[in-house]
Design a protein around this ligand. Structure first.
Ligand code: GLN
Length: 448
């Protein structure tokens, strides 16, 4: 644990992955583990973990990278966090993100921009960019992220690591600061598929605090992986829309090479179609923003965090605290969401988006009926330059065209490294049937 902090202090001035370190408590916890010894049934004891700073941690500052929560100290731990704590993993700190997980580059953080582990002039992706950069740069072996529209998978891809967006309901969202409640999932970010599988088993499962968490049994995903893991006979779908215009040539060729690898390993790879994939981004920005506008109402200047000074009345407290406390992108989403939900516009926007969502779900169902999983790129490009896209929200939104539909459909999506293009990592995404993370891990492990 001490070595972890020494390393973070040496490397983080360059990477800027962390917002808060938990040094005193972590070293104390490590001492206690040393004193007590590691039990055979506690294989994770003493392993350092970093947490995206939208997971609440008891007594450890949790900001969601927002000025409005700058000095917020939660009074409880998120369920995923307490599960790791019960396994005696050591929380070393809280990682940077786009404010309230809204963004794809960490440039929307109120505090700092994290850097890509491979090239510090590039973004680490987002919104779990701090978690991805921390893992990829060797600061920690594991971090947790959250994924509403790609926020685990895209930064994992940009940093050449493994990340999973589990099936909706696989992991409890209790204690994850809500963005889009019908889309959000917590998931692990690691350097190998097996590590990822290990941590997902540790955080998954039903939780009375989150009634959308599933009662499905949680397999020991890592135990299912071994040398004999085989993709022989599996049917893989490669949607033609995933290699269409807008996807960089270098990304395309990495994915086509991966398809060949799977064929050589005995799987079949067919061209399939997800014809409504292109409507995913539009539907997501209505649904996600609508849910966000509702979820963020609790930040009113009274209950949590930042309160503006110099206010005349109650309404002034709300308006000033929110105007000063939220950043630009968050305000954009609140306005978009409030508009989409308002009387007179609801039918044309929210309801329409909800119908599009169903059509997208049906596209996936049709393909997954006779395919074990879908493969494709995570993102159309490799990591872009810091400052290159932040001024242009639509371009930024389009980066998630391949990840967003997976959240809309609630399916599991595994992101794993598939080579390089122009010296930057390319990420491959494997999308599975609901609650079939096992097949994704097996296929990822066979490829890796
Ligand atoms: N980049 C997407 C957005 O800005 C996804 C974010 C996420 O998954 N949290 O909404």
């Amino acid at each position: 644990t001490q070595a972890t902090f020494d390393n973070i202090k040496a490397t983080d001035p360059k990477i800027d992955a962390f917002l808060t370190l938990n040094e005193d408590a972590a070293l104390k916890q490590a001492d206690a583990i040393d004193a007590q010894g590691i039990a055979a049934d506690q294989p994770l004891a003493g392993i350092p973990v970093a947490l995206k700073d939208n997971l609440v941690t008891k007594g450890l500052k949790t900001t969601a990278a927002s000025k409005i929560l700058e000095n917020f100290n939660p009074v409880y731990d998120a369920t995923a966090v307490s599960k790791l704590a019960n396994a005696q993993m050591v929380t070393v700190g809280k990682t940077n993100l786009d404010e309230f997980a809204m963004g794809g580059s960490t440039e929307n953080s109120a505090f700092k921009t994290s850097k890509n582990a491979w090239d510090q002039t590039k973004v680490p992706g987002g919104s779990s960019g701090g978690s991805a950069a921390a893992v990829a740069s060797g600061q920690v072996p594991v971090a947790l992220g959250s994924d509403t529209g790609g926020s685990i998978r895209q930064p994992a891809a940009f940093n050449g690591i493994v990340g999973i967006k589990p099936t909706y309901g696989r992991v409890s969202r209790w204690g994850l600061i809500a963005f889009g409640s019908s889309l959000d999932q917590i998931g692990p970010m690691t350097r190998s598929v097996k590590d990822n599988a290990t941590i997902l088993s540790a955080i998954a499962g039903h939780d009375d605090h989150d009634l959308t968490s599933s009662t499905q049994a949680v397999p020991d995903f890592a135990a299912e992986l071994n040398d004999a893991t085989s993709v022989k006979g599996l049917r893989i779908g490669l949607p033609k829309e995933f290699l269409a215009e807008g996807v960089d040539d270098g990304v395309k060729s990495a994915i086509l090479a991966a398809a060949d690898t799977y064929r050589k390993l005995g799987a079949t790879v067919d061209e399939v179609s997800l014809p409504h994939n292109k409507y995913g981004v539009a539907a997501y920005y209505i649904i996600g923003s609508s849910e966000a506008s509702s979820n963020l109402q609790r930040f009113d200047g009274i209950r949590y965090g930042y309160r503006a000074d110099d206010v005349k009345n109650l309404e002034d407290v709300y308006v000033k605290s929110r105007s000063e406390g939220f950043g630009e992108e968050v305000k954009r989403r609140i306005m978009l969401g409030t508009f989409s939900l308002s009387a007179g516009f609801y039918d044309a926007y929210f309801l329409k988006a909800a119908k599009v969502r169903t059509v997208i779900i049906n596209d996936f169902k049709a393909v997954l009926k006779d395919h074990d999983f879908i493969m494709g790129p995570v993102a159309p490009t490799t990591a872009f330059g810091i400052g290159d896209e932040i001024k242009d929200p639509i371009t930024m939104y389009m980066n998630d065209v391949l990840t967003i539909p997976v959240n809309l459909a609630g399916l599991p999506g595994l992101s794993l490294p598939a080579g390089f293009s122009n010296n930057l990592p390319v990420g491959m995404q494997l999308i599975g049937r609901p609650f079939d993370e096992s097949t994704l891990y097996k296929a990822g492990y066979a490829f890796e």
